[in-house]
Design a protein around this ligand. Structure first.
Ligand code: AMP
Ligand code: MG
Length: 412
């Protein structure tokens, strides 16, 4: 049996990012750049006014003050999106709107608040300095400059940045397709009528949603019965996807045949037990470069094992370098007993008070109790060697669902 850290290391060591693909920039949001992006244009593309006001020559207005205003002749008015026809010459000004190109001859903009118009003339009452209120061509981005580096996770600003330099398509790492299979004679489809001895397959749903959350593409391959042949034939089909995730059938029961059936289709199993709770049976194998995760059947075990192992692996396939859920330190609100030799992940609620975080268990921690995972905002992590966690002690907590953390006020 290997430790959680060893399992993560074994898995991640065998995974490298998929190839890249070119997509329209909007489809690249949240994905990882697979090329360096250099700008083919300068931004702004031309010097322009940062204010509504008047484009002038500094030497004409340098001495202007409320007591001694300078009067200039207005040659024309230039809105954003148009180019002035005239040139600013001695004693003249061109009325200008924010974003309009700076007219020839002008080197300074006087904001409209510092002026008074008088028919064809304008009186300049105040100035903010030579060259003020001008956005220089290329002051944000120079032509040829690298603006986004390969490996960056693209934010909304990055998408806009690419748009601003006229880049409409970009190379990002491909999203893996993930075949999802639930195994078990007891499983019903979600719409089926309840029947004696049967339960609804929830794992396929939990896993599909969790896969989607990583950005990968989940492909539902349905329920397979606990027969080695049926399992092997579905696994064979599943191997056309970039990764495979199964649930159930990997513990010690008479009908736990997933490991054997994966072997039948050529998957090399690397390990099938991890010193953890929940989810002690947890298999990982590989066929070629393709990772295959044999997650446990219990709904909480499979969900937690997904987060611990499959999630970072899928993120790595998509070129991410930040692979792990955030961990905070929290004060434990009550004692916890556990057995030695396994790392435990305890579903918990979180509370924040005066800059400190407090964690308390969601209650009974049965591996089949999905509701307690649904209530959880985090997972308290208790080390292999620990048998007792004291009330008031500091514990690491993996943050699960930050959308669920209560922050109804802006907090700033
Ligand atoms: P197994 O690992 O196949 O022995 O399954 C362990 C437990 O998880 C059993 O109680 C199963 O009924 C349950 N289980 C297995 N697969 C699923 C599934 N897809 N959805 C919900 N529960 C499941
Ligand atoms: Mg089973």
């Amino acid at each position: 049996m290997i430790s959680v850290y060893e399992a993560i290391e074994v898995i991640l060591n065998q995974i490298s990012p998929l190839s890249g693909e070119e997509v329209p920039i909007l489809q690249a949001a949240g994905r990882v750049l697979c090329e360096d992006v250099c700008s083919r244009r300068s931004v702004p593309p031309f010097s322009n006014s940062a204010m509504d006001g008047y484009a002038v020559r500094w030497q004409d207005v340098a001495e202007a003050s409320p007591a001694n205003p300078v009067t200039l002749r207005i040659l024309e008015s230039v809105p954003a999106g148009y180019v002035a026809k005239r040139r600013v010459v001695e004693g003249s000004a061109i009325k200008i709107m924010t974003g309009a190109p700076l007219p020839r001859g002008a080197d300074t903009v006087v904001r409209v608040e510092h002026t008074e118009s008088a028919g064809d003339d304008v009186r300049i009452n105040r100035v903010d300095g030579s060259g003020s209120h001008i956005r220089e061509a290329g002051e944000d981005i120079q032509k040829g400059q690298m603006i986004l580096e390969k490996g960056k996770v693209l934010s909304p600003a990055d998408i806009g940045l690419m748009a601003s330099v006229g880049k409409s398509r970009v190379r990002v790492y491909r999203r893996p397709t993930v075949g999802v299979i639930s195994t078990g004679d007891e499983l019903l489809e979600v719409g089926d009528r309840p029947r004696a001895g049967k339960i609804v397959n929830s794992n396929s749903y939990t896993l599909a949603a969790a896969i989607r959350e990583t950005g990968a593409i989940s492909v539902a391959l349905g329920i397979v019965r606990d027969k080695r042949k049926s399992l092997a034939s579905v696994f064979k089909r599943a191997l056309r996807y970039d990764a495979v995730i199964t649930s159930g059938g990997i513990s010690m029961g008479d009908y736990d045949l997933v490991k054997e059936a994966l072997g039948d289709v050529g998957v090399e199993m690397q390990f099938w037990h991890v010193a953890q709770r929940p989810g002690h049976p947890m298999a990982f194998g590989r066929i070629g470069r393709k990772p295959v995760f044999g997650l446990p059947g219990n709904p909480v075990s499979s969900a937690v094992s997904f987060l611990l192992y499959a999630r970072p692996a899928l993120l790595k396939l998509m070129g991410h370098r930040n692979l792990f859920l955030p961990v905070i330190q929290a004060t434990l609100e009550h004692e916890i007993k556990k057995s030695r030799g396994v790392k435990e992940f305890i579903r918990c609620r979180l509370r924040f008070e005066e800059g400190r975080s407090f964690a308390s268990s969601t209650g009974a921690q049965g591996a089949g109790m999905l509701r307690s995972l649904s209530l959880a905002q985090g997972l308290i992590v208790a080390g292999e060697e620990q048998t007792f966690l004291e009330e008031g002690s500091q514990v690491p907590v993996i943050l699960l669902n930050h959308h669920d953390l209560l922050q109804s006020e802006a907090g700033f």
